[in-house]
Design a protein around this ligand. Sequence first.
Ligand code: FE2
Ligand code: FE2
Length: 255
Amino acid sequence: MEKCIPVDRLARPDDWIVVRSRQAREIRDEQGMDARPLPFDEEALRARLHGIYTGELQAMEAAGRTLFDFPDAPWEFQLDMARQVWDESRHAEIFQRLVEYMGAKPGEYVETEILWRCTQAEDPAARVAGINRGLEGLACDVFDQLIRIAQRNGDEVIERAVDYVLADEITHVRMGSKWMRKLTEGDPERLERARAFQEMVDEVFNFRGGRRAQEDIAVDDGLILTIAREARLLAGFTEEELQRLVESTRKSSAY
Ligand SMILES: [Fe+2]
Ligand SMILES: [Fe+2]
C-alpha cells in the first residue's frame, strides 16, 4: 500500500492552483509585496483566511489518510482520526464561509503544499506527532493571534468562529500527545524519532523567525506570531516541551 501520497494527488477543482510555499514567496517578492504582510490589512486578512481554509482541507485529508494508512493501529486511535476528519471538515466549512464573508471565493488565492509536506511519515506515532502536535500546535498559535486581531478590529464574527475552531484544535493536539506517547510505550527510540519528526515540522514554521516566544518580543501588538502557551498547556504540552519549542524559535530567529 502506498503511504505518503504526493500533494498533486489531492482532489481539487481544475482551476485551483497549488504551489510550493517558496514559490508563493518568490512571486510575492517579484511583485514587490511584503513577504509577511500585516494581518490587520483587509486584503492580507482575506488571503490569510483563505490560507487557513486550504490548511483545514489538508488537515481533513491528512487525518483521513492517517486512518487509511494504518489499519493495524488500535481501534481507539482510528476512532480519534475519524472524529478528526469530521471536525476538520467543519473547520473547512467555517473558514470557507469566513472567506466568503470577507468578499472572496474559494480558489481565488493559491494553495500552498507546505502542510501536506509535513504529513509524510511512515510511522503513526511520528505522523500524529508531526500533524497533531506540530501542525495543529501551530494552528493554536495562528488562531490565538487571529482572535486577537479580530478583537482589535471589533469583528465578532471572525472572533467567535475562530474561537470555536481553536477549542477543537486543542483536543486534536491533545489526541496527538496521547497517541504519540501510547504508541511508543516501552520504546524510547521510537518516541525520540516521533519527537524528531515533530521538531522538524516545528522548525519549518519557525524559519526566518516567523514565530517567537511571547517573552522574546518587546511589544505584543499582534503582528508577530507567538506561541499560544495557554492553549498548548491545555493540549498536553509539558513545560519542558514548551521550552524546547521556545529554544527552537530562538535558534531560527538568529538566521
Ligand atoms: Fe482544523
Ligand atoms: Fe485540527
